[in-house]
Design a protein around this ligand. Structure first.
Ligand SMILES: *[C@@H]1O[C@H](CO)[C@@H](O)[C@H](O)[C@H]1NC(C)=O
Length: 301
């Protein structure tokens, strides 16, 4: 098992390191195109347009002149690559996406919001079914808030990728994984240990989250390390959930749902391993991963 995890982590790290091997932004065609466009259309610093020709929606979603030039030249370069029968290249480490209403990666935005929406649906159903006096009702509400908050920032990040939105997205992704671990810990311990231990566990998780968020906000994100940490915590929670489900399979008939949730969450994560140009320049595997996690929420609530 340990070896397998290490293998998956190593593969993920390698994929991230080499994913921008075919770089369209390194091609002379693209570089000349951007330079020419900037000289012709932009002010000296590349931020403003000389003449106000930008679409309103792009202006209010903070696309500057240089980025508009890069976007136009990206498509010209893609076309030039395809004419030579070359594969679709990446630009600045990203695949080309068609911009919709100022959204950088529209599919991921929509599917992130879909996840948030399903959480709202499920908490509503949960509140109808479960009496407020039941133990751990509060815990599910905290889980709900953490998840919806995270999906909101995921949508913002895919709408517009800035350093700050990226940091928030990574911190929020970690908050879901850590929250799941916390949920598991409290669910397993709440009727077995004194309250003070539960408080200590809570404090531990809050500090764990805060220290990683502080690390991310320093701005020099080590993607490999961040991913390893996420995978380690997620794997730990998954193994504990599986053991708990197995142990309680006779007493609590519904635990199969939890096991299915954990197993499927792991399986759909495999989509993250596929790095290929987006279908129709709209739907990539990362967005499909977000699409797949949405229906899984039904199993956990
Ligand atoms: C820059 O100017 C050219 C010529 O007027 C125009 O065709 C092009 O669309 C402009 N590019 C951007 C990004 O505004």
């Amino acid at each position: 098992m340990q070896l397998k995890i290490q293998f998956v982590v190593a593969t993920l790290v390698l994929l991230i390191k080499f994913s921008d091997a075919s770089s369209g932004d390194h091609s002379p065609f693209y570089q000349k195109c951007v330079a020419k466009c900037e000289i012709g259309n932009c002010t000296e610093d590349g931020k403003e347009f000389k003449e106000d020709t930008q679409a309103y929606i792009n202006r209010i979603t903070l696309w500057n002149c240089k980025q508009e030039c890069q976007y136009d030249c990206m498509w010209q370069t893609v076309e030039a690559f395809h004419e030579r029968n070359w594969r679709t290249p990446q630009f600045h480490g990203k695949w080309p996406f068609i911009r919709v209403l100022g959204m950088q990666e529209p599919a991921s935005v929509i599917f992130s919001l879909l996840n948030a929406f399903i959480h709202f649906k499920m908490i509503k159903k949960f509140r109808e079914k479960v009496r407020p006096t039941c133990p751990l009702v509060w815990l599910w509400h905290v889980y709900f808030i953490v998840c919806v908050h995270a999906w909101f920032w995921s949508a913002i990040f895919h709408y517009r990728d800035f350093l700050i939105t990226e940091i928030l997205d990574y911190a929020c992704a970690f908050s879901i994984i850590l929250m799941n671990c916390y949920l598991m810990s409290i669910r397993l311990l709440h009727d077995k240990v004194p309250k003070i231990v539960l408080s200590l566990v809570t404090v531990f998780f809050v500090f764990f989250f805060m220290s990683h968020a502080a690390y991310l906000s320093a701005g020099k994100i080590d993607y490999g390390y961040n991913m390893e940490l996420n995978i380690t915590v997620a794997t730990f929670s998954a193994l504990c959930w599986f053991s708990w489900c197995y142990y309680n399979r006779k007493r609590q008939k519904y635990v199969w749902k939890c096991a299915i949730y954990v197993a499927l969450s792991g399986i759909v994560l495999l989509l993250e391993l596929v790095d290929s140009p987006p279908y129709f320049f709209l739907i990539d595997h990362h967005s499909l991963w977000h699409l797949c996690t949405a229906p899984l929420v039904i199993f956990i609530f």
